[in-house]
Write a protein that binds this ligand. Structure first.
Ligand code: NAP
Length: 361
C-alpha cells in the first residue's frame, strides 16, 4: 500500500515531537515534511529541536535531516508536499484559526491538536470511539470553504479523555449530572520537570481555561449533526475542577455521576468491558484492542503504571463504588500526550482515511 505523505506543523514542540515519534514505522503514514516558527525555519529538524527533544525514545532517523519550513511563509510549499497535516502550534487562537483555514483552503486536510477551531460549528471534534459519525459535517464545511479536499477536523481537550469515554456507553441510563476533579500532568503544559522545576513537590490548583473546556467539550462530542452544524447535547450537567500535579504524563480524573435510571455496578463494568467503537470495528492501526480497561485492584489506575497501556491509547478505570451524594464514583486515567493529544489525532486521521475523507493525491 502506498503510504500517505504527512506533514507536521508545530513539529518542534512537545506535541509535535509526539507526532514525529508516532509516525515512525506507521503502516499508513510517512512523515515527509515538518514546519514550525520562523525561529526554526531553514534548520534541520535535529538542529531546530536540539536539547528540547523530550521523548523517551531517540529522535527518528527519518525526521533528523528534514529541513523545517516556516509554517506561515511556506504554507503553499508545505501543503503541496503532503496529503494532509497534523497541526499543534503555540500561537494566538485567532492566528491558529487563520493558519488552519489557510491550509484547508490550499486543499490540504488539517487534523488539529489545537483548541482554536473546537467551537467552529462545522468542524467535527472527534474521539473516534465516541462520535465518529460527526465527520459527515465535513461535507458542509467543504461547501463553506469552497474546497474539494481541504477541511479541518479536531480532537477534543486532553482532560475530557480521562472521563468522557467511560461515561459515553452509560448514556443509555440517562446521565443526569457529573462532578469531576482532574489531576493533570505537566506535559499537558508542554513542560518537563527539567523545564518546570517549580512543579516538583507541588500542586497548582489552576489551569487557565481548562475547567470550562472540561465542562463544555463533552456536550459537543455527544451532540448531533443538524443542518450542516454540530448541535451540542444539553445534558448532562457537568462541573469540573482541574489541578496541575507533579506527574510527567497521564491525566487522572475523580468522577461522580448520577443517572435517571441507576444501573448496577456489575452492569457498568460489563458495559465498559464490552464497549467497542468504530475505531475497533475498522481495526485502525492505532486503536487499542480494549479501549476501556477496568482494574479491580483498589489502588489502580496509577499514572506511572497504567498510562502506557495499549501504546497509551487505552483509558483505564478503577474504584467504581456507590457514593453518598451521587449514584457512583470512580477514577479514570488517560495518557494526555498520546490518547489526549498526538495519539488521538493520529487515530482520528486513520478514521478519516478509512472513511475516505482523506484520499491520497
Ligand atoms: N502538551 C499537551 O499535552 C497538549 C495537549 C492538547 C493540546 N495541546 C495543544 O497543542 C498545541 C501545541 O502544544 P505544545 O505543548 O506542543 O506546545 P510547545 O511545546 O510550546 O510547541 C509549540 C510549537 O508551535 C510552534 N510555533 C510557535 N509559534 C509559531 C508561529 N508563530 N508559527 C508557527 N509555529 C509556531 C513552535 O515552533 P518553534 O519551535 O519554532 O518555536 C513549536 O513547534 C497548543 O495549542 C496546545 O494547547 C497540547
Amino acid at each position: 500500500m502506498k503510504k500517505y505523505a504527512v506533514g507536521v506543523v508545530g513539529a518542534t514542540g512537545m506535541v509535535g515531537q509526539r507526532f514525529v515519534t508516532l509516525l515512525e514505522n506507521h503502516p499508513w503514514f510517512q512523515l515527509t515534511a515538518v514546519a514550525a516558527s520562523a525561529r526554526s525555519a531553514g534548520k534541520t529538524y535535529a538542529d531546530a529541536v536540539g536539547p528540547r527533544w523530550a521523548m523517551g525514545t531517540p529522535m527518528p532517523e527519518e525526521a533528523k535531516n528534514l529541513v523545517v519550513m516556516d509554517a506561515e511563509a511556506d504554507k503553499e510549499k508545505m501543503a503541496a508536499a503532503v496529503d494532509f497535516i497534523f497541526c499543534a502550534v503555540d500561537m494566538k487562537k485567532d492566528e491558529i484559526r487563520a493558519l488552519e483555514e489557510a491550509y484547508a483552503k490550499l486543499e490540504c486536510p488539517v487534523v488539529s491538536n489545537n483548541s482554536a477551531h473546537r467551537w467552529t460549528e462545522d468542524v467535527p471534534m472527534v474521539i473516534p470511539e465516541v462520535n465518529p459519525e460527526h465527520i459527515k459535517v465535513i461535507d458542509d464545511q467543504r461547501k463553506r470553504l469552497g474546497t474539494s479536499r481541504g477541511f479541518i477536523a479536531v480532537k477534543s481537550n486532553c482532560s475530557i479523555q480521562s472521563y468522557a469515554p467511560a461515561l459515553h456507553p452509560l448514556r443509555e441510563f440517562g446521565i443526569e449530572k457529573v462532578l469531576v476533579c482532574t489531576y493533570q500532568a505537566i506535559s499537558g503544559a508542554g513542560k518537563t520537570f527539567e523545564t518546570w522545576p517549580e512543579m516538583v513537590d507541588n500542586l497548582i490548583p489552576y489551569i487557565g481555561g481548562e475547567e470550562e473546556k472540561s465542562e463544555k467539550e463533552p456536550l459537543k462530542v455527544w451532540g448531533t449533526v443538524e443542518n450542516g452544524k454540530i448541535v451540542s447535547a444539553t445534558s448532562p450537567s457537568i462541573t469540573a475542577q482541574c489541578l496541575r500535579v507533579p506527574v510527567s504524563d497521564g491525566h487522572t480524573a475523580a468522577v461522580f455521576v448520577s443517572f435517571e435510571k441507576k444501573p448496577t455496578e456489575e452492569e457498568i463494568k460489563t458495559i465498559w468491558k464490552n464497549f467497542q467503537g468504530r475505531a475497533q470495528e475498522l481495526n485502525l492501526p492505532s486503536a487499542p484492542k480494549q479501549f476501556l480497561q477496568y482494574f479491580e485492584e483498589p489502588d489502580r489506575p496509577q499514572a506511572k503504571l497504567d498510562r502506557d497501556l495499549e501504546g497509551g491509547m487505552a483509558v483505564t478505570l478503577g474504584r467504581l463504588r456507590p457514593d453518598t451524594q451521587y449514584d457512583y464514583k470512580f477514577v479514570g486515567l488517560s495518557h494526555n500526550t498520546l490518547r489526549g493529544a498526538a495519539g488521538g489525532a493520529v487515530l482520528l486521521a486513520e478514521l478519516l482515511c478509512a472513511e475516505n475523507y482523506i484520499l491520497p493525491r
